[in-house]
Design a protein around this ligand. Sequence first.
Ligand SMILES: [Zn+2]
Length: 531
Amino acid sequence: MGGVRLTFYGGVEEIGGNKILLEDGEHRLFLDFGFPYKRHKQFYEEYLKPRSGAGLLDPLTMCLLPPLEGLYRDDLATPGLWQQFRNAPSYRQLEDVDGVLLTHAHLDHSGHIAFLREDIPVYSTATTAFIAKSIQDSGKADFDQQVCYFDRKQPGCPTGWKQEALLTTDKKQQRQFCLADAELKALSEEAVKFWLKSPGQKPLNSCSLNAHSGCSFNLRCFPVDHSIPGACAWGIETGSGWIIYSGDLRLHGKRAQLTRKFIDDAASLYPRALILEGTNVTRDKNVAESEVYENGFKAIKGAGGLVIADFPPRDVNRLLTFLQIARDTGRKLAILPKDAYLLKTMRLLEPEIPDIAQEKSIVIYQDTIASKSPNQWLQNLCKEHGSKMVLAEDVRSAEDKFILCFSFFDINELPSLRPRSGSLYVFSSSEPHDEEQEIDFRRLHKWLEHFGIKGFGLPVEKNGDWEIPEAERGLHASGHACGPDLLEVALGIKPEVLIPVHSEHPDFYIDHLSNMEVKVVLPIVGGTLEV
Ligand SMILES: [Zn+2]
């Protein structure tokens, strides 16, 4: 009997873009199908994008998608497309895929699902499925956000753009999701309604939500802690034994006990292999979310003017940390409509998420310029929470009563706000990771300088390095475990073979585990391992 084959189409020596094909005899699964940001950025930027009408041609040609004929939506194939790729080194026919095991709704794990044939089911937690839909409903219709539903392009039309413009929202085709925890969470009527309708409240060409029991593999879904709710790891029973795939995880967040339970549960399966992330292997320790609260509270308590809080999108735990700081400093947390929509969505599944209508310390900031022609989801939100909406002038007239949740990309609102000098920009996110982000950080510093806003916790450039001033550290808890914690995960689960992914320093595991009866095998891009 042949072993299980694992082919790594993404997530090797890069952070994100995970696309791992698991094959056991005639059965196949993908472990995540993410957007490869790093490779994408080598060719593209904001004003130089893959042509939206070109479908599969651009990402296949630029090696951003593997040339696997039969795997992708046929309405995205331009005529004669596959003839061009049949001689490519990693080309193969791949028609029978049982599904994608999605670990969480970050686009570097989910973004390329948009290209997949719609009859390939996606397995995820209910929270991940709902967050993915919330991101898509309230997003800018970018292709990589089209994880839950899409407009079918007309066959035989290579450009597609005319048809796209003619398609109405009620033609949207929904993708089949199978919920790992559907039995545990009996979905409310309201939750089902959210799932089955487009953001314009029109019915989707829908597939109802299934439990994951129909899969030809025996699967285990382990909830873990990460910087987005709903994250999980997966266990797959194969002819070679159990294969465990970690997704992204940490041991220092508010839900660390989930990750600890995952370690115990996965260990009890005596797995053949563990595919483990390694984003932060080079870090020795982490800032905890409780420290973010304390440091944030100290910084904001004494502030006289407006406070802007910049934290990663969809990090609901961080939003709740700043909500607590707002309560404790007598301010209101002004969140953006898309964050309000996300909270509302999550509350359909998790009743402990605050109800915006009832929560006195939350208001919704509505930018006056963009709201001239609001989308349907935004109109509905305004209708429902009219009394909660604040405009720039409301904030300007009572600056010291608000914490405004903005990221760098919302900073162009400042001309409407004209905050008084001495306002505070609390930075609670990660440092720049590449040149493009460094340029954005320089721009952010210029904006703050222009309006006389003081940055706090903001990395400053010094001799080519970016560093947060000593006294302002501890405002960001990473979504990823540090090196010692990752070793704890590896040794706690104790697989026979460990395969590092989602890391720029996979050697770390070889250096630290060689004497520990765990064999470390490094995958190569596009290469196949047999376990
Ligand atoms: Zn992630």
